[in-house]
Design a protein around this ligand. Structure first.
Ligand code: AMP
Length: 222
Protein backbone atom coordinates (compact mmCIF):
# COMPACT_ATOMS: atom_id res chain seq x y z
CA UNK A 1 0.00 0.00 0.00
CA UNK A 2 1.28 3.45 -0.97
CA UNK A 3 -0.52 5.91 1.20
CA UNK A 4 -0.48 9.61 2.03
CA UNK A 5 -1.98 11.00 5.22
CA UNK A 6 -3.22 14.60 5.11
CA UNK A 7 -4.90 16.79 7.67
CA UNK A 8 -4.27 20.01 9.55
CA UNK A 9 -1.66 20.24 12.28
CA UNK A 10 -3.24 18.70 15.37
CA UNK A 11 -5.41 16.22 13.47
CA UNK A 12 -3.38 13.41 15.02
CA UNK A 13 -1.52 12.45 11.85
CA UNK A 14 1.65 11.39 13.67
CA UNK A 15 -0.21 9.18 16.13
CA UNK A 16 -2.49 7.60 13.53
CA UNK A 17 0.40 7.16 11.12
CA UNK A 18 2.14 4.88 13.64
CA UNK A 19 -0.89 2.63 14.06
CA UNK A 20 -1.79 2.50 10.37
CA UNK A 21 1.79 1.81 9.25
CA UNK A 22 1.98 -0.96 11.84
CA UNK A 23 -1.29 -2.51 10.73
CA UNK A 24 -0.23 -2.66 7.07
CA UNK A 25 3.45 -3.44 7.83
CA UNK A 26 4.75 -0.48 5.87
CA UNK A 27 7.29 2.16 6.95
CA UNK A 28 5.96 5.47 8.21
CA UNK A 29 7.81 8.31 6.55
CA UNK A 30 7.24 11.61 8.31
CA UNK A 31 8.96 14.67 6.82
CA UNK A 32 8.41 16.55 10.10
CA UNK A 33 10.20 13.75 12.02
CA UNK A 34 13.09 13.67 9.54
CA UNK A 35 13.49 17.44 9.82
CA UNK A 36 13.33 17.27 13.63
CA UNK A 37 15.96 14.50 13.70
CA UNK A 38 18.21 16.72 11.57
CA UNK A 39 17.61 19.68 13.88
CA UNK A 40 18.56 17.54 16.93
CA UNK A 41 21.58 16.14 15.11
CA UNK A 42 22.75 19.67 14.21
CA UNK A 43 23.11 18.81 10.49
CA UNK A 44 23.23 21.46 7.75
CA UNK A 45 19.74 20.38 6.66
CA UNK A 46 18.55 20.75 10.26
CA UNK A 47 20.02 24.25 10.57
CA UNK A 48 18.28 25.32 7.39
CA UNK A 49 14.94 23.69 8.26
CA UNK A 50 14.82 25.00 11.84
CA UNK A 51 14.22 28.63 10.91
CA UNK A 52 11.19 27.69 8.81
CA UNK A 53 9.86 25.17 11.33
CA UNK A 54 10.09 27.53 14.30
CA UNK A 55 8.14 30.14 12.34
CA UNK A 56 5.50 27.59 11.33
CA UNK A 57 6.39 27.99 7.64
CA UNK A 58 7.05 25.28 5.09
CA UNK A 59 10.66 24.33 4.39
CA UNK A 60 11.40 25.17 0.71
CA UNK A 61 10.13 22.55 -1.74
CA UNK A 62 13.51 21.89 -3.32
CA UNK A 63 15.02 20.85 0.02
CA UNK A 64 12.00 18.80 1.09
CA UNK A 65 11.60 16.99 -2.22
CA UNK A 66 15.28 15.99 -2.37
CA UNK A 67 14.96 14.58 1.14
CA UNK A 68 11.81 12.59 0.27
CA UNK A 69 13.38 11.30 -2.96
CA UNK A 70 16.30 9.87 -0.94
CA UNK A 71 14.01 8.33 1.64
CA UNK A 72 11.61 6.72 -0.87
CA UNK A 73 14.56 5.20 -2.71
CA UNK A 74 15.52 3.17 0.36
CA UNK A 75 14.75 -0.56 0.11
CA UNK A 76 12.17 -0.65 2.91
CA UNK A 77 9.89 1.72 0.93
CA UNK A 78 9.87 -0.46 -2.20
CA UNK A 79 6.82 -2.50 -1.20
CA UNK A 80 4.78 0.38 0.20
CA UNK A 81 4.88 3.30 2.62
CA UNK A 82 2.83 5.78 4.54
CA UNK A 83 3.78 9.41 3.99
CA UNK A 84 2.94 11.70 6.91
CA UNK A 85 3.34 15.43 6.19
CA UNK A 86 4.24 15.12 2.52
CA UNK A 87 3.04 16.38 0.09
CA UNK A 88 2.18 19.68 1.75
CA UNK A 89 1.23 21.62 -1.39
CA UNK A 90 0.17 20.89 -4.97
CA UNK A 91 3.71 21.37 -6.35
CA UNK A 92 4.96 18.66 -3.97
CA UNK A 93 2.07 16.41 -5.08
CA UNK A 94 3.21 16.65 -8.71
CA UNK A 95 6.77 15.96 -7.60
CA UNK A 96 5.59 12.89 -5.73
CA UNK A 97 3.92 11.61 -8.89
CA UNK A 98 7.07 12.01 -10.87
CA UNK A 99 9.23 10.56 -8.13
CA UNK A 100 7.02 7.47 -7.87
CA UNK A 101 6.87 7.26 -11.67
CA UNK A 102 10.69 7.10 -11.74
CA UNK A 103 10.54 4.24 -9.24
CA UNK A 104 7.87 2.48 -11.35
CA UNK A 105 5.12 3.03 -8.78
CA UNK A 106 2.08 5.18 -8.13
CA UNK A 107 0.04 6.33 -5.16
CA UNK A 108 -2.89 4.15 -4.03
CA UNK A 109 -4.80 6.35 -1.64
CA UNK A 110 -4.82 9.63 0.28
CA UNK A 111 -6.44 9.59 3.70
CA UNK A 112 -7.71 12.90 5.06
CA UNK A 113 -8.20 13.32 8.80
CA UNK A 114 -10.89 15.91 9.53
CA UNK A 115 -11.06 17.81 12.85
CA UNK A 116 -12.77 21.07 13.75
CA UNK A 117 -10.79 24.24 14.27
CA UNK A 118 -11.30 24.80 18.03
CA UNK A 119 -10.31 21.24 18.78
CA UNK A 120 -7.10 21.65 16.77
CA UNK A 121 -6.02 24.72 18.71
CA UNK A 122 -6.77 22.92 21.99
CA UNK A 123 -4.87 19.80 20.96
CA UNK A 124 -1.77 21.65 19.77
CA UNK A 125 -1.42 24.30 22.44
CA UNK A 126 -1.78 21.65 25.21
CA UNK A 127 0.84 19.36 23.72
CA UNK A 128 4.03 18.79 25.73
CA UNK A 129 7.05 16.82 24.51
CA UNK A 130 9.62 15.01 26.65
CA UNK A 131 13.14 16.32 26.11
CA UNK A 132 14.63 12.93 26.90
CA UNK A 133 12.48 10.24 25.24
CA UNK A 134 10.41 12.39 22.86
CA UNK A 135 7.07 11.05 24.11
CA UNK A 136 4.18 13.45 23.55
CA UNK A 137 1.75 14.23 26.40
CA UNK A 138 -1.19 16.60 26.64
CA UNK A 139 -1.96 18.83 29.63
CA UNK A 140 -5.65 17.93 29.46
CA UNK A 141 -6.11 14.76 27.39
CA UNK A 142 -3.03 12.82 28.49
CA UNK A 143 -1.49 14.53 31.54
CA UNK A 144 1.56 13.29 33.43
CA UNK A 145 1.29 12.49 37.15
CA UNK A 146 3.67 15.34 38.01
CA UNK A 147 3.31 18.55 36.04
CA UNK A 148 6.20 19.04 33.59
CA UNK A 149 7.81 15.63 34.24
CA UNK A 150 7.60 12.64 31.87
CA UNK A 151 5.92 9.57 33.45
CA UNK A 152 7.95 7.26 31.25
CA UNK A 153 11.50 8.41 31.83
CA UNK A 154 11.43 11.33 34.30
CA UNK A 155 12.60 13.74 31.56
CA UNK A 156 11.59 17.39 31.47
CA UNK A 157 8.60 18.31 29.33
CA UNK A 158 8.66 21.28 27.00
CA UNK A 159 6.41 22.96 24.48
CA UNK A 160 7.66 22.74 20.89
CA UNK A 161 8.30 26.23 19.49
CA UNK A 162 5.83 25.49 16.72
CA UNK A 163 3.11 24.51 19.25
CA UNK A 164 3.01 28.01 20.81
CA UNK A 165 -0.38 29.70 20.30
CA UNK A 166 0.75 32.31 17.71
CA UNK A 167 2.69 29.78 15.68
CA UNK A 168 -0.24 27.35 15.82
CA UNK A 169 -2.46 30.02 14.27
CA UNK A 170 0.12 30.66 11.57
CA UNK A 171 0.52 26.93 10.83
CA UNK A 172 -3.25 26.69 10.40
CA UNK A 173 -3.19 29.60 7.92
CA UNK A 174 -0.37 27.90 6.01
CA UNK A 175 -2.42 24.70 5.96
CA UNK A 176 -5.52 26.47 4.66
CA UNK A 177 -3.58 28.31 1.95
CA UNK A 178 -1.13 25.68 0.78
CA UNK A 179 -2.14 22.22 1.93
CA UNK A 180 -5.95 22.28 1.82
CA UNK A 181 -5.94 22.60 -2.02
CA UNK A 182 -4.45 19.09 -2.06
CA UNK A 183 -7.79 17.76 -0.87
CA UNK A 184 -9.54 18.88 -4.08
CA UNK A 185 -6.54 17.75 -6.10
CA UNK A 186 -6.73 14.15 -4.85
CA UNK A 187 -10.53 14.13 -4.71
CA UNK A 188 -10.55 15.06 -8.39
CA UNK A 189 -8.49 11.94 -9.04
CA UNK A 190 -10.82 9.81 -6.89
CA UNK A 191 -7.93 8.96 -4.58
CA UNK A 192 -9.32 10.63 -1.46
CA UNK A 193 -10.69 8.84 1.61
CA UNK A 194 -12.16 11.13 4.28
CA UNK A 195 -12.12 10.07 7.94
CA UNK A 196 -13.67 11.89 10.91
CA UNK A 197 -10.76 12.43 13.33
CA UNK A 198 -12.76 13.73 16.30
CA UNK A 199 -13.01 11.43 19.33
CA UNK A 200 -10.57 9.06 20.95
CA UNK A 201 -7.33 7.93 19.31
CA UNK A 202 -8.65 4.32 19.29
CA UNK A 203 -11.91 5.29 17.55
CA UNK A 204 -10.09 7.27 14.89
CA UNK A 205 -7.61 4.43 14.26
CA UNK A 206 -10.48 1.99 13.86
CA UNK A 207 -12.30 4.28 11.42
CA UNK A 208 -9.15 4.91 9.40
CA UNK A 209 -8.19 1.24 9.16
CA UNK A 210 -11.74 0.15 8.21
CA UNK A 211 -11.85 2.81 5.48
CA UNK A 212 -8.48 1.68 4.12
CA UNK A 213 -9.35 -2.02 4.19
CA UNK A 214 -12.64 -1.32 2.45
CA UNK A 215 -10.98 0.80 -0.23
CA UNK A 216 -8.29 -1.79 -0.93
CA UNK A 217 -10.95 -4.53 -1.21
CA UNK A 218 -12.90 -2.39 -3.67
CA UNK A 219 -9.70 -1.74 -5.65
CA UNK A 220 -8.94 -5.50 -5.72
CA UNK A 221 -12.40 -6.25 -7.11
CA UNK A 222 -12.19 -3.70 -9.91
P1 AMP B 1 4.89 18.30 11.07
O1 AMP B 1 5.49 17.54 12.19
O2 AMP B 1 4.43 17.44 9.91
O3 AMP B 1 3.80 19.26 11.53
O4 AMP B 1 6.04 19.22 10.45
C1 AMP B 1 6.72 20.18 11.24
C2 AMP B 1 7.33 21.24 10.33
O5 AMP B 1 8.26 20.64 9.43
C3 AMP B 1 6.35 21.98 9.43
O6 AMP B 1 5.68 23.03 10.09
C4 AMP B 1 7.29 22.48 8.33
O7 AMP B 1 8.06 23.58 8.77
C5 AMP B 1 8.23 21.29 8.17
N1 AMP B 1 7.71 20.35 7.16
C6 AMP B 1 7.26 19.08 7.37
N2 AMP B 1 6.86 18.51 6.22
C7 AMP B 1 7.04 19.44 5.25
C8 AMP B 1 6.81 19.47 3.85
N3 AMP B 1 6.29 18.43 3.19
N4 AMP B 1 7.13 20.61 3.17
C9 AMP B 1 7.67 21.66 3.79
N5 AMP B 1 7.89 21.72 5.12
C10 AMP B 1 7.59 20.62 5.85
Amino acid sequence: MRLVLVGPPGAGKGTQAEFIADRFSIPKISTGDIFRANVSGGTELGKLAKQYMDAGDLVPDQVTIAMVRDRLSEPDAAAGFLLDGFPRNVAQAYELDSLLGDLGNSLDVVLELVVDHDEIVKRLSGRRTCRKCGHIWHVEYDPTKVDGVCDRCGGELFQRDDDMADTVRHRLDVYAEQTAPLIQFYDGRSQLLVVDAMGTVEDVTERAISALVESSETADQS
